[in-house]
Structures are given as structure tokens and as C-alpha cells.
Write a protein that binds this ligand. Structure first.
Ligand code: GNR
Ligand code: NI
Length: 119
């Protein structure tokens, strides 16, 4: 994830068929096992990219706020609340665990990565 570089990575993206993801939106690594969304609030537009869809980006809408329950690396039950980018990232990574990509919810055609777009 850091080498890519990316702000999140789901285990199935690297051939590990487990319900595990890592996320780092700038506050250090979050490692989530068996994560699930328990509450969402709001809706926000975003422009998403994905390491599994190289060279592209696309417009989506995601919850503005999410609450996620998960187990940590030791199996302890934990909870994380995310807003803005972290909320997007949580939704994006959790979708990977169910084989879903942002392209499935993208609005309009995919854009070239690096193409300047307004949110
Ligand atoms: O690095 C990533 N950036 C990103 C930007 C906007 C919305 C979602 C993401 S996740 C992506 C890394 C990735 O593909 N994780 O699965
Ligand atoms: Ni992705």
C-alpha cells in the first residue's frame, strides 16, 4: 500500500482471500479484520481511484460518515468512526471484500488518472 502509494489496500487485491484491509489516510495504519459497517450518515461526492483499476478514476457518491466494527490483529472487537476521506476509504476497502469495485457505482464514464476534475 505504501509503495503504490495508496491510502488503503484489501487483502483480496494481493491474492489473500481473507476479510482483512489496511487503511492509512495520514493518521497511521489501521488494520481491520472482519470489518462491517454498522451506521452511516450523509452522502458526499468523491473522485475515486483504485490500485486494481490502474490509470483510471471515477466519480462516486459515498456516505460522509461511517461507523465500522471490526477485530484488530489480536482478535479484539474494535470500532472506528470515519468522515470524509476515511469514510470513503472504509467503504471502498470493505467493498473489495465482497468483490465490488468503485467502477460498479461510478457515475458517468471513467476518467484518466491525473485528469483534473472538480468534485
Ligand atoms: O489509494 C487509493 N486512493 C483512493 C482515492 C479515493 C478513493 C479511494 C481510494 S482507495 C485507493 C487504494 C485502493 O485501491 N484500495 O483498495
Ligand atoms: Ni481499491
Amino acid at each position: 500500500m505504501y509503495e503504490a502509494p495508496g491510502v488503503g489496500l484489501a487483502a483480496p487485491q494481493v491474492g489473500i482471500l481473507r476479510r482483512a484491509v489496511v487503511i492509512d489516510c495520514g493518521d497511521g495504519p489501521l488494520k481491520l479484520v472482519n470489518p462491517h459497517i454498522v451506521e452511516t450518515r450523509g452522502n458526499q461526492p468523491w473522485v475515486e481511484g483504485c490500485l486494481s483499476v490502474p490509470g483510471k478514476q471515477g466519480r462516486t457518491h459515498r456516505p460522509q460518515w461511517v461507523r465500522v466494527k471490526y477485530q484488530d490483529a489480536r482478535g479484539q472487537e474494535c470500532e472506528v468512526v470515519g468522515e470524509d476521506l476515511l469514510a470513503v476509504c472504509l467503504c471502498h476497502e470493505l467493498d473489495h471484500l465482497d468483490g465490488k469495485l468503485y467502477v460498479d457505482i461510478a457515475e458517468g464514464p471513467l476518467l484518466e488518472a491525473g485528469e483534473e476534475v472538480e468534485e
